[in-house]
Structures are given as C-alpha cells and as structure tokens.
Design a protein around this ligand. Sequence first.
Ligand SMILES: [Zn+2]
Length: 563
Amino acid sequence: MRFYFLGILLLLSPFLQAQEKYPQDTFQSPLDIPLVLAGTFGELRSNHFHSGIDIKTQRRQGLPVLAIADGTVTRIKVSLWGYGKALYVAHPNGYTSVYAHLQKFGPEIESYIKDIQYKKQSFEVEVFPDYGELKVTKGSTIAYSGNTGGSSGPHLHFEIRSSVTEKPTNPLLYGYEVRDATNPTLLGLYGYPLSEDAVINQSARKIQLNFTKQPDGSFLADKINAIGNIGFGFNGFDRQDMAANKNGVYAVKQTVNGKVYSEYDFETFSFGETRYINTLIDYAHYGKFQQRIQKCFKEPHNRLGIYKTLHNNGEITVKEGMSYTVELLISDFKMNQTKVVIPVEGKSEVPKIPRADSKTENFIIANKPNNFDLGAAKVYFPANTFYKDFYIELEKGQDTVAIHNEEVAAHRNFTISFDASKYSGADKKQLFIARLDDRQKPRYSKTFKRDGSFTTRTRTLGTYTLARDTVAPEIKARNFKEKQWLSNYSYLSLKISDDLSGVNSYNATLNGEWILMEYEPKTKTLTYNFDDKILDKTQCDLKVVVTDNVGNSSTFQSTFFRK
Ligand SMILES: [Zn+2]
C-alpha cells in the first residue's frame, strides 16, 4: 500500500516526493530579510556544484545571521580561501546548518575562537567543539554576514547538510520561500554525434541547433537529420524574482517519443562526486568559451548520483527512416518549466564536417598511468587522471613545458617535475614553478624543492615554467603614521602585497607579543582589532614580518602611542 502511494506521488511530481522527506516548519530563515538569491543549490561552478544557496545581503556586510533552530556548534573554520569564516551548527533532527563568508561570529563564539587563535598564534584555524559546548537557540544571532574567503561580493552562503553523511541538500526543500515566477532561460542548444558512425546535419562534430519560440512559450528546434547514437545539451540559467542574478536550474528531463531517457535534479549530491561536474558539462566548450553546456546524456566516466532516470545513458539511437521527437524540460525549483522540442529524422548523410580527432605522437589511455619525459620536466599522470582516452599535445621549451590545453579536464592531481640541477643554490631559492594564465602571467604553483628537482601537483592542464621571484613583499601602513597617537582608533590596518610568487605567511607583534592580524587577500589587508587588548604600555612598537612563497621576507616596524 505504501509503495503504491509513493508510486502515485512519483507519477504526480518527483518534486513533491522529494519535499515529503524534509521537515517543512522546523527551520527559520538565517537572515531577517526577504530571501533573494545570488546563487542556487547545484549551480554549476568551477570544478564543483554549488552546495548551498547564496542569499543576497543588500550589498551590505554585518547583517545578523540567525540560528535556524536550536543546536550546538560542531565546527568553526577560519580560512583565507573557500568559505572564509564559517560556522557549522548541528540540530537535534539530524541536520547541520552551515553559514559561510561571515564577517565575524556572535560574541560568545567570537571570543571562543579568538582564544584559540591566540593560543595557536594563527588567524587560520579549524576547531570542532564538543557536543553541547557551544549551544545556540533558534533565532539567536550566531554571526554577522560578510564577504570573507572566496566570495566576490557580500552575501551569506547557507547550507543544510545531513549530520550523518554530510551530504548537502537543497535548502529550498525545507519550506523556505523564494519568489520565482519566471521560466528558466534557454541560451543555446547543441547536438552531439556520439558513436563513430553518428552524424547530425552532415556534421560528425557537435553542432549548435537553431530554435524558435512558439506562441505557447515553448521552443521548437529546426528539424535535424541524424544517424547513429546522438545526444543533446543546452546552456541556460534561471532567474528568480527581485534580482537579476543568473542562477542555476533545478531539474532537467529529456524524453524521446514520450519515454524518459534522462532526468536529474539538484535535490542533493555528495562532495565526493562534485568534481564529476566536469563530465556533466561540455568541458572543452567551457575551456574555449567559458559557457557551461549541460549534457542530457551521461558520459562513461560520469559517476554522478544525481540521475533519477536513465535510459541508454540518455543517448538516442537514431535509425534510418525513423522519426523521433526529443523533448527537454528544464525546470526551476518552483517548477516553472521551459520546454524544448527537437524533431529528429533518421537519415544517413555523408558528413561534410569530419570528427575532430587531431592525432599527436602521444596517446593517453585514461585508465593506465602515463609518463612523459619532456626534457625540462617529467610529467606523470596517475591512472584515471582523465575521463577518456585522447591524443595529448605536449611541447617542450627552455624550462617550460606545455601540457595540452585547458579544454581537457583532469579529475586527479598529476605531477610535473622540473630539473633545476643546473642552477646555483641562490637561484634555486628564488625559482618556483608557475603556470601561465590566459594572459601569460605566471601564477605560483605550490613547489616542492628537493635537491635539483622541483615538483608540483596540479589538476590544471596548460603551460608550466620556472619563474623567479627576487622581490620581497611590500608592507605599508594604511590608517596610521609613525609616532602617531591612536587612542581613538579601533583598529590598525596595513596593506601587504607580493609581486610574483605571492604572500605565504605573516607574523605580527606588539611590544614583542603576538597579535592576531586578520588577513583579507582580496583587498591585501591586514587588520588588528584593539578590542583584543594586547597592550599594556603607552608606547607601542609594532613589528610585522611578511614572507613570500620562495622565502623572500620583509619587516615593517612602527611606533605609536595609545592611552
Ligand atoms: Zn555560495
């Protein structure tokens, strides 16, 4: 009986079925403002799916962040990158809420974490308080919203995870109201010839398809002629009410002559699988155009568990003389839907555009380890670094190797080892491995030095070279001057920067005692808060030492007065 009932629900709407599983009235909003989103759950990001929602904070920082229910703090993390300042609260019903990019924590948690920062003499810390050590009550202010870590504008990143599996779930499944009356926007539609013999409109390569809007609001693609195994993909976004942000869609369903061939949604996913996003999107297209096409077929190495239904992995086997109606249904969380109809005619045609395989000397067999000696450096790809076998382009130069291009995704780290044995000890100190970015600017790649060998581990293909950093970091006072009275000041601010290899570490003391300086790499700012009260004299000697990634270091000293 129960299965029968669930079956009916499933038929009605998989969305309803999903919502059944999650408590609807337990959690309150983490902010005291209407929920307007700058990012949705599952949204396609670089090398990962977005694991929460990004709530806009009216371009401001410092809004009170409220506990969504009673609970206990289980984790506090302060890091320069990623989530910045983040707070994890476990609730009795088995869910953990996560709040990230915070400006600071609420008073009790703030003083708890400061103690630890002073004890460890480190701004970056991660602690797991004992269960019940830091209790919070529903609606209390546990933090203030900010822009810390890898955030490019003030907002609150908010997640709800299973406390047991740590799997993030879509926070909108818990009854939060986000207004959305607009269908997802379709930007582009693509056809993929997949089997060796496959052709679409005389092309053996991926082609873009034309479509037109119909009076009923759906889209109709121009009829295509095809043969062999083919697939489809689209790029698009969803916009909610009250904001112009281009957010991710919730669900995608592909049917062929009425039968579901593929269907996935962003109810949940696991962190362990998030990097497989690079198999869901057309990674080569992304590398070239920075647009993410979501494929409606599943590639062999795609291990994502987001699929609700799969038939023939979403591939359509098109036979001569047969006709097919392919339908894509792209939905947002409110089930506003954009329908795309693609008529397909089975017709054998000689391709005018052949398959794109450009053959090189070196072929990668994805499930085997691959080694290459490029003179200046050796490259080692462990087994399953890549999702598929391919001809790799490798170029060697003076202290430089070009390893294919950014159109191929690596799932695992691979190793590049440069031979630096010809350099003197002093040279070796200043040299590091850099990746040249799009503008040919050298970017520090974490370099391990042993004797004459420099090694880096990376998941980004491209050009790597030995670069040299001879210049020590710069340190400047921002809001004070030498010998100044700072009695009315609430904080000290300095600017630190490094021209090439980047800031690796910093250390600051007041009258010889370690002080906590918060570092914000985005604005290159170090801040000391006088509330920390590491002062007992009127005359204060400040000393700040900053070291770059090859060990060049600078010292800044200044004296000020304070009563
Ligand atoms: Zn976020």
